[in-house]
Design a protein. Structure first.
Ligand SMILES: C[S@@+](CC[C@H](N)C(=O)[O-])C[C@H]1O[C@@H](n2cnc3c(N)ncnc32)[C@H](O)[C@@H]1O
Length: 213
């Protein structure tokens, strides 16, 4: 099964995929330091340092399953609440370009993941925890039994994130803030549940999109 993992970061979503199926993963990440660490973490994956948005357009037909996690800051509510203190920016509508392309042109299964935005959704998605998902298959009501809500807003959060994601983020020596990167990762159990669901492995009784908005 050929999987495309776009905006790969350190592969929070991808961490447990080898337990689900026999997979061949291509990961695209623009930050060379993150790409290097991703390759170290997943030595069998093909890692490409390019713009994921363009890569999707050029290569989507080559894959069976596509996961995309475009950057969320221009959509996020904290950024909106900080308007006045930060520079005002347009929401990056490449998020919606990718959803439309995948919904209308891609023949496999896909997931686009992002935060809950400060505006009404332009395309309906599925809320699960703090995340929004656009998919072309039903998602279970519960993606994970792991709880990270207690420590995400605390100041001394790094050690908790290291334990939660089973990854030492202090290895990162690039230009982004290490804590921001650590906060970016999707919970690996949610990533695993979503791939299992796409492949029809998850019990269908739990698959019911009740919170579509
Ligand atoms: C929200 S994080 C993805 C988290 C990932 N799904 C995980 O669970 O680990 C977004 C990532 O996209 C990367 N990125 C930002 N712009 C990019 C672009 N144009 N092409 C590829 N990667 C990009 C950032 O460096 C960051 O690592």
């Amino acid at each position: 099964m050929k999987i495309l993992n776009l905006y790969a970061c350190l592969g929070g979503n991808r961490y447990k995929w080898d337990e689900v199926a026999d997979i061949e993963v291509t990961a695209v990440e623009l930050d060379p330091e993150l790409a290097r660490l991703y390759q170290e973490r997943f030595p069998n994956d093909i890692v490409i340092i390019e713009d994921a948005h363009q890569y999707l357009l050029d290569h989507y037909k080559e894959f069976d399953f596509i996961w995309s996690s475009p950057p969320c800051p221009t959509h996020s509510r904290p950024r909106f609440w900080a308007y006045g203190q930060t520079k005002t920016v347009y929401p990056d509508l490449k998020l919606y370009e990718e959803i439309i392309l995948l919904q209308h042109h891609f023949k496999g299964k896909f997931v686009v993941e992002n935060v809950i935005p400060y505006y009404d959704l332009l395309i309906p998605g599925i809320k699960r925890g703090r995340h929004l998902y656009w998919t072309n298959f039903n998602l279970p009501n519960k993606l994970t039994t792991r709880d990270n809500s207690g420590f995400l807003n605390q100041k001394s959060v790094m050690n908790d994130l290291i334990k939660f994601h089973e990854y030492d983020f202090n290895k990162y020596k690039g230009e982004q803030r290490t804590l921001k990167i650590a906060r970016n990762l999707v919970d690996y159990e949610a990533g695993k549940t979503i791939l299992e669901t796409a492949l029809g492995i998850i019990n269908r009784e739990n698959v019911n999109q009740t919170t579509m908005f």
